[in-house]
Design a protein around this ligand. Structure first.
Ligand code: SF4
Ligand code: SF4
Length: 365
């Protein structure tokens, strides 16, 4: 069997998605054990913090201000930095090589090709407007956290119960999903099947941030016009809808270094993924090794320097997950007038009782 670039990428996607599923199951078991009042016999999987991007951004600001990595969700920041570092070399490669949502999105694109003869493409104006959405969402969070959030609020946020248990809240979002959340997810899934790459292309703020960092990436797709026969096969398969034939270097914010164009190109010298400044072509195998190595190295350094596991004591987790007692009955819902009438009535009843008692105690003459 020939190991093609796409096969190599698929293997890496399955590898990382498998790790994410493993972490998800382990965290679910960890929380379930705590909810039943037990002490889990295994460590909390710190990798779950990859799904706390807001906490990661606040931690980044805290780190830049104080020079220390907070101990509430340290791995959120570590993973955020690793993911951003991948974009310095491999554009938005994280989206197409590592992210499980990107993997699912590719599955949806396959389904799209089976369902529709011609893939549905939005008119250019709509496409451009919708593409702005993910930058607006990313910009909103960056503005709120880095500009609007006062320095003294960072510590407060980091140690707030909201942030401390954000991982459990995120788990509950999926395990106790509300009807609204379910409907939103189904609608997004349907849109991703109908319009190729809908979530990643229009809505994912992580992808927006990586696209911007990736614009300055050292690795880029390079088209060699002297070898290109202008067949257009690269553009047909490009999930980013990039006009590859009009460019020599693909600087687009949408390029996810997926290598689909390189695999589809019939002229093997026409398209390469090259690393600047040497312009050395990088094959899919090198990309695969790069992603595995950068995550392994980053996580190992974080573990060795004590910036991987958080320091929230199990006792605190137990308190948070313990079944809550029903709220005590209060009379706050009764208006003061009604309360006054009730007290008056109770007093009258009491007085009547006393009178009856006195009557019954009088000695008969
Ligand atoms: S230009 Fe090539 S590598 Fe970039 S997204 Fe399109 S197909 Fe993938
Ligand atoms: S697939 Fe290759 S040869 Fe065809 S247009 Fe794209 S770069 Fe040129």
């Amino acid at each position: 069997m020939k190991i093609t670039p796409l096969l190599t990428k698929r293997f890496i996607q399955i590898f990382f998605s498998g790790i994410v599923v493993f972490i998800g199951i382990r965290f679910y078991l960890f929380v379930s054990c705590l909810e039943n009042g037990g002490i889990p016999g295994f460590e909390r999987p710190a990798g779950v913090e990859a799904f706390l991007p807001i906490s990661a951004l606040v931690s980044l600001k805290h780190w830049l201000y104080s020079g220390t990595i907070n101990s509430i969700h340290p791995s959120a920041l570590v993973l955020f930095l690793i993911i951003c570092a991948t974009a310095v070399f491999a554009k938005k490669g994280f989206c197409s090589w590592v992210c499980p949502i990107g993997f699912l999105s590719e599955g949806a694109a396959k389904l799209n090709r089976k369902l529709f003869k011609k893939p549905l493409k939005l008119p250019l104006v709509f496409d451009l407007l919708l593409r702005c959405l993910k930058y607006l969402v990313a910009g909103f969070f960056i503005y709120q956290i880095f500009y609007k959030m006062p320095g003294r609020s960072i510590e407060q946020f980091i140690h707030s119960p909201y942030n401390q248990f954000a991982d459990i809240k995120m788990l509950k979002f999926f395990t106790d999903m509300s009807t609204t959340a379910f409907i939103v997810i189904v609608v997004l899934a349907c849109l991703t099947i109908i319009i190729r790459n809908f979530w990643c292309r229009y809505l994912c703020p992580y992808g927006a941030l990586l696209g911007i960092i990736g614009f300055f990436s050292l690795g880029k797709v390079h088209r060699h016009p002297s070898h290109c026969v202008d067949c257009g096969k690269c553009e047909t398969v490009c999930p980013g809808n990039i006009a590859i034939r009009q460019k020599t270097w693909i600087n687009s914010l949408e390029c996810s270094a997926c290598m689909s164009c390189i695999e589809a190109c019939p002229e093997k010298q026409a398209l390469h993924f090259e690393l600047l400044p040497s312009r050395k072509p990088l094959g899919a195998m090198v990309m695969a090794i790069f992603f595995v190595l950068i995550f392994t190295a980053g996580i190992t350094i974080a573990r060795l320097t004590g910036h991987w596991q958080n320091d929230i004591p199990l006792q605190v987790y137990l308190q948070y997950t313990a079944p809550k007692a029903p709220p005590a009955k209060t009379f706050d819902h009764i208006s003061p007038e009604k309360m006054e009438r009730m007290i008056l009535m109770m007093n009258q009843v009491q007085a009547q009782k006393m009178q009856n008692l006195q009557k019954s105690e009088k000695p008969e003459k």
